[in-house]
Ligand binder design. Structure first.
Ligand SMILES: Nc1ncnc2c1ncn2[C@@H]1O[C@H](COP(=O)(O)OP(=O)(O)O)[C@@H](O)[C@H]1O
Ligand SMILES: [Mg+2]
Length: 273
C-alpha cells in the first residue's frame, strides 16, 4: 500500500489538495498538492511546525476552506459534487474537536444540553436523551450528575473531555482533533492523551490527530504524516516515522523534543504510560 492508495474502507481521501488564500500578488498557496487518506478505525497523526498548514487542511476537510485544486472525499463521496442537503448530512459525519476548551463550549448551556444537541440537533431536549448523555459522560469518566452543570464549573481538562464527548455523541465517521492538548498543562495533556488512547481502543475511532508536537502525536497514532510548508514530506507507520525518520525535517522535529524519542519528562510520560 502506498501513502495515497485507498481501499473501499477509506473514510477520508484527499487528492492533490491546494488551498490558496488571497489573489494576484497577495496570493499565498498554503497547501501545495496534499494527498492522504485515513482508513476506517485508524488514527493519522498530522504533525508540522506552526504555520505548516495543519489547520488549513483540517478546515478544508470540514468544509470551512474553499479548495483551489484537488478533491476531498468522505466515505467515497466527493464533497464537491454534493447537493446542499448531502453536504449538511456529511458535515455531521466529520466532527472537529477544537483547541480551546474555554471558548468551545456554550457558557449558557448545561453540559446535558450541549450533549443533547450533539445527539439530536432537531429534538435536543436533554430529558429525551438522558441515558445516552449519561453513557457519554461515563465514557469520558465524568459523573452523569454533571449534566446539569455549566461549563464554568469545570477545569480546562474537564472541559476538553466534554468537548470530546460532544464530538463522539454525534457518532461521526471521522474525528478531527486539531491541537487539542496545546492549551493544557503537561499533566492535563497526559490525561487527555490517555483518554484518546482508551477511546481509540474502545470505540474504534477514525481520526486525524493534529499537533505541532511529534511526541504528543506518536502516543495516539497508527500512522504519521509530516507537513512542511504545505507539503507532505514524510508518511508512514508511527514506529518508522518516529523511530527511524527519513526526512531531515522530521528528524529536526524529533530533536526539538527535549530528550528526543522516548522524551522523558516524568509527568507526561508516567501519566501516559
Ligand atoms: N484564512 C486565511 N487567510 C490567509 N492566510 C491564512 C488563512 N488561514 C491560514 N493562513 C495562513 O496559512 C499558513 C498556515 O496556517 P495554518 O494552517 O493555521 O498552520 P498550522 O495550523 O500548521 O499552524 C499561515 O501562514 C497562515 O497565516
Ligand atoms: Mg493550527
Amino acid at each position: 500500500m502506498t501513502s495515497t492508495s485507498t481501499g473501499p474502507e477509506a473514510v477520508l481521501e484527499v487528492r492533490d489538495l491546494e488551498v490558496t488564500f488571497g489573489s494576484g500578488h497577495a496570493a499565498a498557496k498554503v497547501l501545495k498538492g496534499v494527498s492522504t487518506s485515513i482508513q476506517r478505525g485508524k488514527t493519522l497523526g498530522i504533525v508540522g511546525e506552526s504555520g505548516s498548514g495543519k489547520s488549513t487542511l483540517a478546515k478544508a476537510i470540514v468544509g470551512l476552506n474553499p479548495l483551489s485544486a484537488g478533491s476531498i472525499s468522505i466515505n467515497g463521496q466527493d464533497m464537491a459534487g454534493m447537493s446542499r442537503t448531502q453536504r449538511r448530512a456529511i458535515y455531521r459525519e466529520v466532527q472537529m474537536i477544537p483547541q480551546d476548551p474555554y471558548s468551545s463550549l456554550n457558557p449558557r448551556r448545561t453540559i446535558g444540553q450541549t450533549l443533547a444537541e450533539a445527539i439530536n440537533p432537531v429534538r435536543s431536549n436533554p430529558k429525551l436523551h438522558r441515558e445516552k448523555i449519561s453513557r457519554w459522560l461515563s465514557t469520558i469518566r465524568l459523573d452523569p450528575e454533571v449534566a446539569d452543570r455549566y461549563p464554568h464549573e469545570f477545569s480546562g481538562g474537564q472541559r476538553q473531555r466534554i468537548a470530546i464527548a460532544r464530538a463522539l455523541a454525534v457518532e461521526p465517521k471521522l474525528i478531527i482533533a486539531d491541537e487539542i492538548t496545546s492549551a493544557l498543562d503537561l499533566s492535563v495533556q497526559a490525561e487527555i492523551l490517555n483518554l484518546i488512547s482508551r477511546l481509540r481502543a474502545e470505540l474504534d475511532l477514525t481520526m486525524a490527530f493534529i499537533s505541532h508536537d511529534l511526541d504528543v502525536v506518536h502516543h495516539v497514532s497508527d500512522e504519521i504524516m509530516v507537513l512542511f510548508h504545505g507539503e507532505v514530506v514524510e508518511r508512514g507507520d508511527v514506529d518508522s516515522v518516529y523511530g527511524n525518520p527519513k526526512h531531515p525535517y522530521t528528524r529536526k522535529l524529533i530533536d526539538s523534543v527535549p530528550g528526543g524519542p522516548g522524551f522523558d519528562i516524568g509527568e507526561r510520560r508516567s501519566a501516559v504510560a
